[in-house]
Design a protein around this ligand. Sequence first.
Ligand code: ZN
Length: 555
Amino acid sequence: MTHFSQMSSSRPELAKLQSEYQGLLDDLDGGASEDVVSRWDAVRRRVATWGSLAHVRFTLDTQDEEAKATKILVDELSPQIEALDARFKTALLSEAHRDELKETYGEHLGALWRSDLAAFDPAITEDLITESKLTNRYTELLAGAKLDFRGETLNLSSIPRHTLDPDRGTRREATQVKWAWLAEHGEELDEVFDELVKVRTLMARKLGYENYIELGYRRMQRVDYDSDDVSVFRSQVLAEVVPVVSQLRRLQAERLGVGSLKAWDMATYDAEGNPRPVGDHDWMMEQATEMFDELGPRFSSFFSMMRDSGLLRLKSREGKAGGGYCTFFPDFDVPFIFANFNGTAQDVKVFTHECGHAFQVWSSRSAPISDYLWPTYESAEIHSMSLEFLTWPYMEKFFADQADRFCWTHLAGALAFLPYGVAVDEFQHEIYANPDASPAERHSIWHDLERRYQPELDWDLLPYPAKGGRWQLQRHIYHRPFYYIDYTLAQTCALQFWLAARRDRDEAMTRYHALCGLGGTGPFQELVAAAGLRSPFAEGCLSDVLEEASEVLFG
Ligand code: ZN
């Protein structure tokens, strides 16, 4: 097994790739497609490995000039490669090959490719490069944040340790520092976003869409639901979840012993503060090893492979990009996990979450074609968010006698997340439906959504978010439009796994493994049904879980 530090992949040369593709297309014209598809897929895996390694190295150190230069190269080359892939997909979807393709890979592959083809044209190549440059600028800007707090210099990944402090005064002060930084950089972030909205709208119009919304859905490869379904789901959250969260907020204020909750209280659920893992990173890895060993042989071999091959980079440090993610290196058949541990309960959540993604893609690594390695995002988030819940029986390993308290706050946070998540989605629909809105109008759109979906949120002393600036810290809004509802759809499914595991853990785990094994072979609602879950678009999909969750939280 190759260690991460030894992994390398040679930079693809466009001219060479072009002739390689031409050769493949000629062979395709000459006869049977299956062998040609495998050879083409091998090229795609090689290029994807190079791109993933470059992305990982850039996010590990956004100040490393060489890593940055390679990342820029990937961004510039990607649309050219997409153009080559588009030609190949078009050829395979033509009458000559369509049936054979369907027979070998099933219906879903064609649906994915038709979506890809509807989202791309060589005419938008330059716009895609512009878009990448803007999102890189956003990443660097946020990664470079220096927050001075009580003599310490922190970044956006490490400050949550203080914004979640048990002491209310500390929470308030740290929260003020964080939003003061945003206020200072708000204008620049508005500019970056404005350019992103403009370039995305331009691409949509070049491709014949009225605005970016439909293109955004195509780029997310949503093949079995549309924005009307999503709107129905948002209404369900507003009608059914928001009142439960309001009840939760009242209880939270009581538990915190405060008259009314302020913004800096929202993520802290009782006066003792949220439980924290009782050891550092290295200790947590020991605990995690035990946990995965106990979860069974498949999880055990998965995790020892990840650990031994250096595929976990979890500590926060200066210059590292924010957030957490999981990616895959197809040529090495292994996933990679990136995170920014900051000593809060969030570390355990992010860790189990990303392990869920990694376990799924590792379970699917022998998929017959790379399009099936991962499902589309809303489905992929089911594996990750469900594993957060399915690891509850092992939380004592991280939180000792505070494990029950952790589970309580996790469940509370999962419900409280839903209204925020759908607000982020509705915001983006409004933004791209009105691409000419001014930055001030965009802030006011967010402000109104916040009032509707999170009526208890009181920014008090924080003028910048009080006027509607919070969305600027939500990186998905910049990086990947319309990727956010995915978390709420998946959370709705993950909560069903949570409920199922309370009733029959073995049965729930069997279904979880089976779902991971399906990888990306089907669209969202098909995978959901195969896992025995209710579609989030169905009326009443949340009622069972809300009933049980209310019992646990308020019972
Ligand atoms: Zn995820």
